[in-house]
Design a protein around this ligand. Sequence first.
Ligand SMILES: C[S@@+](CC[C@H](N)C(=O)[O-])C[C@H]1O[C@@H](n2cnc3c(N)ncnc32)[C@H](O)[C@@H]1O
Length: 261
Amino acid sequence: MGTDRPRAGAARGLRALKEQEPGGYPFPGPPLLGPPPERLYGRSRSRPPSARQRRLLAEVLPRLRLTPGDALDPGKAFSPRPAEVWLEVGFGAGEHALAIREARPDIGLIACEVFENGVASLLSRLVPEGAETMTVLPGNLRLWDEDARLLIRALPAASIGRLFLMFPDPWPKARHAKRRFVHPLFLPEVARILAPGAEWRIATDDPVHQGWVGEVLVGQDFFAVSAPASARPAEWPPTRYETKALNAGRAVLYWRLVRRG
Ligand SMILES: C[S@@+](CC[C@H](N)C(=O)[O-])C[C@H]1O[C@@H](n2cnc3c(N)ncnc32)[C@H](O)[C@@H]1O
């Protein structure tokens, strides 16, 4: 777990979300359908942050962090209020999130990542060294540095115009299947926050996970799904993990789902 804890108000909100009983949401939304995910994530790190990373996490992250309160009306968290709010789950080092943000200044992007080194990596691309306190931060980007599933439960219905799930952790062992983001019991919660016609992009290179995603999508009616592509669609920015997968010779599948109206 990281040492950079959320502000007190945000921490209280997150505790409330984590302790909630099915049906007892502090935010608008449906009761949980079936058991909750096996495990929720707090912030994690692979190594202690460097001095530069500590500055970024202490001085820049609080200015970009989306709070549980912001989640009630996510469009209001951006300046100016965007035409649509999009969501990326598990941004890794942030290349994809930053490419989307640059390509679409009219969109408000909420980028989620629990891995502290990843959050610091994204921030380091936004803010030159030594300018941590004075850089003007983009008005169309907000970060959620807790489990994205907590945010999804807090967001209003039909509030998200596009969702990106690029190379999620595949949890290939059968006994860990409940931790997968694409899951029959979690699908209704994801569908709830997506506006009619919203696109959900999923990419994965793990063969077990590819089979799983295909099976879960066949058994649902929330999304129109076409066959996955085997090459990245031209308008999808690359990700760091994708480059590693392709360099290692793994075959990637790319799904485009459309939320039914
Ligand atoms: C395999 S990496 C891929 C990163 C990036 N999307 C890419 O393609 O380079 C998956 C990332 O998702 C993050 N992650 C997994 N579950 C998450 C969750 N429930 N909420 C937020 N982030 C999550 C992990 O910390 C990890 O950095």
